[in-house]
Design a binder for this molecule. Structure first.
Ligand SMILES: Cc1cc2nc3c(=O)[nH]c(=O)nc-3n(C[C@H](O)[C@H](O)[C@H](O)COP(=O)(O)OP(=O)(O)OC[C@H]3O[C@@H](n4cnc5c(N)ncnc54)[C@H](O)[C@@H]3O)c2cc1C
Length: 443
């Protein structure tokens, strides 16, 4: 097939958002009798899953302090459930295990989950939490200073590449064409709209562009000539000038090379995904030295795909001249360090006795990668230049498989209430999302 010179809808990026949008757009066009997937082209400079979606640990949860995020996640979880086996989705549930400084925030999350009918359970009190964990989840649970446990019965995790290929199959079944190895080098604009996408293989004229570039968000922001510093109206009602538009964080994740069966729950089943935040001092499981006496957090799950117990810790900000490419495990700069390994394996031992002498089983292979975050660390889903839809998820989004469905509806002219809280103008209007006490930038 020859290289196209025109396509009505061009989607940039074959990650979770680009592929989900492509499938839903193809389907919606057909249902409306207004075209088909043949009007949709996905281009990716590398291949399906070459970005953050391909290295995500795949955790799917509702646990967000921000009401708009929770409602969006509930919508996405329902889409994961529609085709769970083929997406490689494991609905094992998710636990947010927290210290006292987070108690009130998490109690609020639980209250609002009840209000939207999202199935969860809340345990309060230090002894009650310890008993709940030991009796129901892990008999060897030993984390200290935990005063609340939010147990989400839905959610869990999914196998990234399996879900991406499933979405690609669904899109192609609608007639969508997916082209790998085509790099976007620029966006041709007239006054108010994009007229063509410039690529390494030639220009493609279009009516709509949908950019889902993951950690490459800033490149596309720059292609449209959008500002790198913005004003934000704060909760104090004052305008704060000169805020940096994009910040890069390095996500740190790894795998402990035990058999996944070693990590099962009291009944020998797959446990929920565990997320623990703690204010208890964290000591080394190797030599007993103090690692930190400040708030720390980790998450983990047994995962047959990764061949062990896979998880991560809080990310860190990367400054200076950022090279997004080569991305992920190919990056010489943005994969995990020995400090992460020491901290994460010690934190596993802090939480469960069975990991006390297992730090030496850490799999020494590159993992982790960059995320590109907005000023408030929440997504921007918005149309810029009249016909360029930007899906800039601020690194929240493998779990957000449903955003593509909502974006497809908006591109076809139907505004979606679930996406409205994520417009770019929220910064100047001061319509910001509430901020939690979590040590993670994504809670
Ligand atoms: C280590 C790590 C772990 C994570 N874990 C989780 C998790 O457990 N749960 C969760 O919900 N989220 C997680 N995330 C976040 C999540 O992975 C991302 O938010 C999400 O995958 C972004 O999807 P996307 O489709 O927007 O972008 P991506 O998946 O990054 O896809 C963007 C695509 O655009 C292509 N591209 C870029 N520039 C160009 C160009 N110029 N021309 C053509 N193509 C281009 C890239 O090749 C890439 O394939 C994690 C992220 C990281 C880094």
């Amino acid at each position: 097939m020859s290289f196209p010179t025109h396509c009505k809808y061009i989607i940039i990026g074959a990650g979770i958002h680009g592929l989900s949008t492509a499938w839903h757009l193809g389907k919606a066009l057909k249902e409306r009798g207004d075209g088909s997937g043949k009007d949709v082209l996905v281009i990716d400079k590398t291949a399906i899953g070459a970005g953050a979606s391909g290295i995500a640990c795949g955790v799917i949860r509702n646990n967000y302090f921000q009401p708009a995020m929770r409602e969006l996640m509930a919508h996405s979880v329902a889409i994961w459930e529609e085709d769970q086996e083929k997406y490689g989705y494991h609905p094992v549930g998710y636990m947010q295990i927290s210290p006292e400084p987070m108690h009130e925030d998490v109690a609020e999350i639980y209250k609002q989950q009840k209000a939207i009918g999202y199935d969860s359970l809340f345990v309060e009190g230090e002894k009650e939490c310890l008993d709940y964990m030991r009796e129901n989840i892990f008999h060897d649970w030993q984390a200290r200073a935990i005063t609340s446990v939010l147990h989400e019965k839905k959610g869990g995790y999914a196998n990234q590449m399996k879900s991406l290929y499933r979405l690609a199959d669904k899109a192609e079944a609608e007639g969508v064409r997916i082209l790998s190895g085509v790099e976007v080098t620029g966006l041709k604009t007239d006054k108010d709209s994009v007229t063509a996408v410039e690529t390494s293989k030639g220009d493609i004229q279009c009516d709509w562009v949908i950019a889902a570039p993951g950690p490459w968000a800033k490149s596309f922001w720059d292609m449209l000539g959008l500002p790198n510093q913005i004003d934000i109206k704060g909760p104090d009602g004052k305008i704060h000038t000169g805020n940096q538009m994009w910040t890069y964080w390095c996500l740190v994740e790894g795998v402990l090379g035990v058999e996944p069966e070693y990590a099962m729950d009291n009944q020998g089943n797959m446990p929920p995904v565990i997320h623990v935040d703690s204010v208890a001092p964290l000591f080394s499981s190797e030599d007993g030295s103090l690692i930190t006496d400040e708030m720390w957090g980790i998450y983990y799950k047994p995962d047959f795909g990764f061949g062990g117990v896979q998880g991560g810790a809080a990310p860190y900000i990367v400054e200076g001249d950022i090279q997004v490419d080569p991305y992920g495990i190919d990056s010489p700069d943005y994969t995990v360090t020995p400090e992460f390994v020491h901290m994460w394996t010690s934190a596993l031992a802090h939480c469960q006795k069975r990991y006390e002498d297992k730090y030496h089983l850490y799999k020494n292979e590159p993992s982790g990668g960059l995320g590109c975050f907005t000023p408030d660390s929440f997504p921007i889903f918005d149309v810029m230049k009249q016909n360029c839809y930007m899906i800039l998820d601020s690194n929240h989004g493998y779990k957000m498989i449903g955003v593509g469905q909502l974006v497809a509806e908006e591109v076809l002219g139907k505004e979606q209430a679930l996406l409205k809280p994520f417009r770019f103008d929220r910064y100047e209007k001061g319509e910001l999302h509430p901020v939690s006490h979590s040590p993670f930038p994504w809670s």
